[in-house]
Design a protein around this ligand. Structure first.
Ligand code: GZL
Length: 332
């Protein structure tokens, strides 16, 4: 066979091989994970967590990690240290690694469309957990599993209205808000204030973010107490800030539960202990233990099954007279 024909056939063979491999790359993404014992591709789930700012968050992280292991998924986990830029970088890394499904709890509600469009273009489905995003394009994620934060705020507000129904007022309220721009901070504030501020005897005289942490909650409460000698009630958007505030109240020589009544949200063990000690009056539960439900949704999404647009977490409301009995049951 002439040299020129051999060369031509060789070039055609190489081109054909390239086309197949490119088609393989373009059509079916190479899976990111390893195979399991049976040689099956392990589902790879990339998850970007807000951070480790509170007892709630630590319990949520453990629930996700334990549930991913139980489901036999390969979990690529990233802690964003409460910075949106770190979450965006993590999601881009998951896209580069061609994970099967991406999940994240968005630290704030805005600024996600660009990176979520990149995930959609890469053909990687996204699940929102715990907190929502503010987007017009609902095709950017498959489902959102988390609490109804407005309802949590309403529950806290209704407790205060019921507790103070015979008071003529003024009832002066200090509000320790969660992370500025986060769904729980926005919605808990809305739910609480929509109920409470209907009655002019209730006045919010101090209102600032404590970023959901104990340290910041204590620091801001110290400032509140320096500026105001007439605080009657503290509404804390989470228990960690409430526990920090209790330290500030006691260091100021005041009695939490007597001089300042506290209502908080999450339901961590330390808050139940504070209720049992008479320092917190009411805790609205916010359930972090949603790992198993998340993995069930991840599997369904991966298998191209339909999933609900919205999955609500189940949770309750507890008052201090229930605390001692409930404390042994608390899982976080
Ligand atoms: C609520 C969650 C909040 C908790 C805080 O679902 O996003 O973030 O209330 C946590 O404890 O920091």
């Amino acid at each position: 066979m002439s040299r020129s024909i051999t060369r031509t056939l060789g070039a055609v063979a190489v081109a054909a091989a390239m086309t197949v491999s490119l088609a393989a790359c373009a059509g079916k993404k190479a899976p990111a994970g390893s195979a399991d014992a049976g040689g099956q591709h392990k589902l790879v789930f990339g998850f970007s967590q807000v951070g480790a700012e509170s007892g709630w968050r630590s319990a949520n992280t453990k629930s996700i990690q334990d549930a991913a292991k139980a489901a036999g998924f390969e979990l690529k986990f990233s802690d964003a240290q409460q910075k949106q830029e770190n979450q965006i970088a993590a999601i881009r890394s998951f896209i580069q690694q061609k994970v099967d499904v991406i999940g994240f709890s968005p630290v704030v509600t805005t600024g996600w469309d660009t990176v979520l469009k990149e995930a959609k273009t890469a053909g990687i489905p996204v699940i929102l957990t715990d907190r929502a995003v503010d987007t017009q394009d609902k095709t950017l994620y498959k489902t959102f599993i988390g609490s109804d934060f407005v309802k949590e705020g309403t529950s806290a507000g209704q407790w205060l209205v019921d507790t103070e129904k015979s008071a003529t007022g003024p009832v002066n309220i200090a509000e320790l808000e969660g992370t500025t721009g986060s769904a729980p901070a926005i919605d808990r504030k809305k739910g609480f204030e929509d109920v409470v501020l209907k009655d002019p005897k209730f006045k919010i005289i101090a209102d600032q973010t404590g970023d959901f942490t104990r340290a910041k909650g204590k620091e801001v409460m110290e400032a509140f107490l320096k500026a105001h000698k007439d605080i009657n009630v503290l509404f804390a958007h989470n228990d960690d800030m409430a526990v920090g505030a209790i330290q500030a109240i006691e260091e100021a020589g005041l009695k939490p539960g007597k001089d300042i009544k506290i209502v908080s949200i999450d339901g961590i063990k330390d808050a139940f202990q504070a209720m049992a000690d008479g320092k917190i009056e009411e805790v609205v539960e916010c359930n972090p233990l949603i790992g198993p439900q998340i993995m069930d949704l991840v599997q369904k999404i991966h298998d191209k099954q339909d999933v609900p647009d919205r999955v609500l977490s189940k949770e309750g409301v507890f008052s201090k007279d229930q605390a001692a009995a409930e404390l042994p049951n608390r899982q976080y």
